[in-house]
Design a protein around this ligand. Structure first.
Ligand SMILES: *Cc1c(COP(=O)(O)O)cnc(C)c1O
Length: 362
């Protein structure tokens, strides 16, 4: 227990930028002199219109999206997208290529298969327990799309470059690295991200989708499962997750106005990750689990010499105000999630703690 804010390395829900939390707190009881909280305002009001439009515009500016793209907010997390994508975009006589780089990709593949869709797993890193990003992949020319997970939150690997799919649109689960770097948007047909890693609170998923994919999507679906429903109503066919969208807007504003935009955000993220990886690489006590050229800038996964050390490490770190360092329950080990909101200060604090823990225990 503590009355201080800790250095928060949680994987998701994860740390948000402090200035964003402070702004929420300051305007929580009276949003823009409306006399109401953002959680009490009608989503049909001009107050909320401004919020959602601002969030969409900021997302478009940050990623350099032209008018071919829609930015949507959908509930159900990234996990619902595993199903919505094949439901909307893949008919029974079409097929799609999937790259399997870990738990989330595996789930995306399963969902498509459960719907009876034809899925080709064109590459997988399962042979080495998902510790690397496959290269030199051959895609099926007739495929409707190529699905990949850009950052593997659990295994700590990340695509640095997106594969050349010869014009087949890439669909990417960017839940844990959206807005962490500029993107070659000409390669993408759809990008989705559960908000709770790098964008805001849980409860909303951002979907960036090319309009021609919305237009050509399957129409025989329940209203709430069709992209067209969201695209035609500015994500407000029904009541949207207002508080989540509001927070996302503030996070995007923070990236634009305080961090200096997406290129600067990327530089900052590289610097942060380098601090940690450089330290781990010089240590014989800690070891990263991902192959060097696939290591994530967002989730740094590492092991200590034994599980006892790991348990003790996580416990002692918590006592020192460093939280969330336990690895995902499916893989064990340790993990520092260092999304956009993680500060340089938190990186130094973590390395300092790791150094002293090593000295004490070696
Ligand atoms: C966390 C995560 C998910 C699951 O997100 P939900 O919003 O909980 O459905 C999917 N993909 C990736 C890459 C994730 O990190």
């Amino acid at each position: 227990m503590t009355d201080q804010r800790i250095y928060n390395f949680n994987a998701g829900p994860a740390a948000l930028p402090l200035p964003v939390l402070e702004e929420i707190q300051a305007s929580f009881l009276n949003f823009k002199n409306s006399g109401m909280s953002i959680t009490e305002i009608s989503h049909r009001s001009s107050y909320f219109d401004e919020v959602i439009n601002d969030a969409v515009e900021r997302a478009k500016r940050l990623l350099n999206l032209d008018d071919r793209f829609d930015v949507l907010f959908v509930q159900g997390g990234a996990s619902l997208q595993f199903a919505m994508i094949p439901m909307n975009l893949l008919s029974q006589d079409e097929s799609a290529d999937y790259i399997n780089t870990g738990t989330w990709s595996t789930k995306a593949i399963k969902e498509a298969q459960n719907l009876g869709k034809t899925v080709h797993v064109v590459a997988s890193s399962e042979d080495k327990s998902f510790s690397y990003i496959p290269k030199d992949i051959t895609f099926n020319t007739g495929s409707k799309f190529v699905h990949l997970t850009s950052n593997n939150t659990i295994k700590g690997t990340q695509f640095y470059e997106f594969p050349d799919t010869k014009g087949i649109p890439i669909i990417a689960d960017m839940s844990s690295d959206i807005f962490s770097r500029p993107l070659p948007m000409e390669k993408f047909g759809l990008i989705y991200a559960g908000a709770q890693k790098n964008l805001g609170p849980s409860g909303t998923c951002m979907v960036i989708i090319r309009k021609d994919l919305v237009d050509s999507a399957n129409e025989n679906l329940p209203t709430m499962l069709k992209y067209a429903t969201y695209a035609s109503k500015n994500s407000m066919y029904n009541t949207p997750p207002c508080f989540g969208i509001y927070t996302i807007d503030l996070v995007l504003k923070w990236i634009e106005e305080e961090m200096g935009g997406i290129e600067k955000m990327e530089e900052h993220n590289i610097k942060k990750a380098d601090i940690l990886y450089d330290f781990i690489d010089t240590s014989s006590f800690y070891q990263t689990t991902a192959e060097k050229y696939s290591r994530s800038l967002m989730n740094v996964t590492f092991r200590l010499p034994s599980e006892d050390f790991e348990r003790n490490f996580v416990e002692r770190a918590t006592q020192h105000g460093l939280g969330g360092l336990k690895g995902h329950r499916s893989v064990g080990g340790c993990r520092a999630s260092i999304y956009n909101a993680a500060t340089m200060e938190s990186m130094y604090a973590l390395v300092e703690f790791m150094e002293s823990f090593e000295k004490e225990n070696k």
